[in-house]
Design a protein around this ligand. Sequence first.
Ligand SMILES: N[C@@H](CCC[C@H](N)C(=O)O)C(=O)O
Length: 258
Amino acid sequence: MLLKFYKYQGTGNDFIMVDNRKETFPKTNTKLVATLCDRKFGIGADGLILLDNDPVEDFRMIYYNSDGRPGSMCGNGGRCLVAFAKQLGVIDAQATFTAVDGLHEASIEKDIVSLRMQDVAKIDQGPGYTFLDTGSPHHVQVVNDLANMEVYKEGKRLRYDRYGEKGSNINFVELLDDGTFSVRTYERGVEDETLSCGTGVTATALAMHKIGKTTSGEVSVKTQGGKLKVKFDTIGDGYHQIYLIGPAKMVYKGEVLC
Ligand SMILES: N[C@@H](CCC[C@H](N)C(=O)O)C(=O)O
């Protein structure tokens, strides 16, 4: 078949987008998704996202990691999907959509998408790290000299040794100044460092607030692919009204034989 696709990126986290409102995409074909995401044998991307109809909300997000398997929530992918929905004329400036972790609200102005993330009630502290779920599981660890960190090697080790087969995404963070952090992420399901991870950036902001590295409810996070902002409020020991804000852009569109 000839598959029509769009390619989007959000701070360098790149995705193949498919308008699946007619339900034509073979959703259980793991090999096909992995091949489409392969940078040598396919289009190449960190993941593939389907825009599906939803009976109540504007649309539904179906996300696959580049290994071809369904992933947990993807923050950058969610932001890109909002930009894609606007381009298709499914939404105007506001959106509500369902994803694997529940309902999301979003707004878009030019190419800046603000995406509301799920509330986070539980944050665990371990020796030298924080663990929390922002729609996807994240290990957040403060390091010195992030630029020279072996993110692939150390991320892969922690992902398997500490978190087993189910795994976790692994984030290494450095404080730049109050309210500004730099992060590099090893992503589960991509099994590599990506240029940016939205749920990882969100987890980093909340973890840094939790351990007292910032007192601000507005945190800037520098990724390898650009800057994102996270805004939030505290509620008891947890966090709510969490927004992930930053650019989401279409790169190209095309058709692929599959
Ligand atoms: N790139 C994503 C994270 C996607 C989820 C993850 N790889 C998983 O399934 O664990 C983001 O922007 O949040």
